[in-house]
Design a protein. Structure first.
Length: 94
């Protein structure tokens, strides 16, 4: 959440150019978008969710292949960012 996300889907063994088809819930409600010409899923996710969707690739000869995916949107885990404490001085309040 709040961090830019980008992923490019890839295909092999077909005749380029490839065209990508996304089938699933409206990505804009999650702050994401998909470009069928480039196969790029990108945006800045908002909220938490699991998005189940199907990606289909179509090649220049109209051959098709598909695969189902689940994208988990989650808040980053809680972490401590302090790496060190300042040095103390003898006989002084710390």
């Amino acid at each position: 959440m709040g961090t830019a996300y980008s992923y490019t889907f890839n295909a092999a063994n077909g005749q380029t150019p490839y065209f990508w088809e996304y089938a699933g819930p409206d990505l804009s409600q999650y702050g994401l978008a998909f470009n069928g010409q480039t196969g790029v899923l990108s945006g800045t996710p908002s909220g938490t969710a699991t998005i189940d969707f199907r990606m289909t690739v179509v090649d220049a000869s109209n051959a098709r292949a598909f695969r189902d995916f689940a994208l988990q949107l989650a808040a980053p885990p809680l972490s401590i960012v302090t790496t060190a404490l300042p040095d103390g001085v003898v006989d002084q309040y710390y």
